[in-house]
Design a protein around this ligand. Structure first.
Ligand code: MN
Length: 251
């Protein structure tokens, strides 16, 4: 009799455990894809150029930019550029320079520095000029400059979208300002950027869109134009205006 009761209890106990396990794992699988935290993404110890963090969560730009793309882009692609940049500058005087100074003085034949220094800087700028609940149109001094140099915001957006979609293969579209405040749109291949003076570029970048496939392929596949349109819905124009002000009052 005792034995039967014990077996009975053991069976009930096992059933209870099974039910609990199944319920626990099911809800985790169905409801939640585990996302890391941008704050945990750090360069390899000793690297002088750090990850600056994201000013929002990975899912903050949905539905325009999906959380999975953001996570992979920031924690793998951007981190990879940062770590490789740190390797490229190790043991040189560049460890004491800003990334802007490094890029301005860049020897284009130094491929490791060109690709990874560019990749590091370009993504820092890209994350900074986006944000949740943004989009719309710029105001104030930047709106005036856009109207003056492109005719209207819509004309600017059209030209910028053309530059972004016509860049063959991987690259970036940029809005740059010269010291007099004049705006221009340019595109660059790979991780090149407008600060690389020896490549013939001029102007200070104030806004950019990453058109590498890693920036959009999961959600938009080959539809780069749809992705560019979506990015315009999350542009932080206040931040771009801040960068414009800084660019035109520089030495
Ligand atoms: Mn990218």
């Amino acid at each position: 009799m005792k034995k039967v009761i014990l077996i009975g209890f053991a069976a009930l106990f096992m059933m209870a455990c099974n039910t609990k396990n199944e319920t626990g794992s099911d809800s985790k699988m169905e409801n939640k894809i585990e996302m890391g935290n941008p704050a945990d993404v750090q360069v390899t110890e000793g690297g002088v150029f750090k990850m600056q963090g994201l000013p929002y969560a990975y899912n903050a730009l949905e539905p325009f930019i999906d959380a999975r793309t953001m996570e992979i882009h920031y924690s793998r692609h951007h981190l990879g550029y940062a770590n490789n940049l740190n390797k490229a500058v190790e043991g040189t005087e560049m460890v004491n320079m800003s990334i802007e100074e490094v890029l301005k003085g860049l020897n284009p034949e130094n491929a490791a520095l060109r690709n990874n220094g560019g990749g590091y800087y370009n993504h820092n700028l890209f994350w900074e000029v986006l944000g949740p609940d943004k989009g719309g149109v710029p105001q104030g001094i930047l709106a005036d400059a856009i109207n003056r140099d492109f005719g209207s915001f819509n004309e600017f957006k059209k030209l910028f979208t053309e530059a972004a979609t016509k860049q063959f293969g991987s690259g970036w579209a940029w809005l740059v300002a010269n010291k007099e405040g004049k705006l221009s749109i340019i595109s660059t291949p790979n991780q090149d950027n407008p600060l690389m003076e020896k490549l013939g570029y001029t102007g200070t970048p104030i806004f950019a869109i990453d058109v590498w496939e890693h920036a959009y392929y999961l959600h938009y596949q080959n539809k780069r134009k749809d992705y560019v349109e979506a990015v315009f819905s999350v542009v932080n124009w206040d931040k771009v205006t801040e960068k414009y002000n800084t660019a035109i009052f520089k030495d």
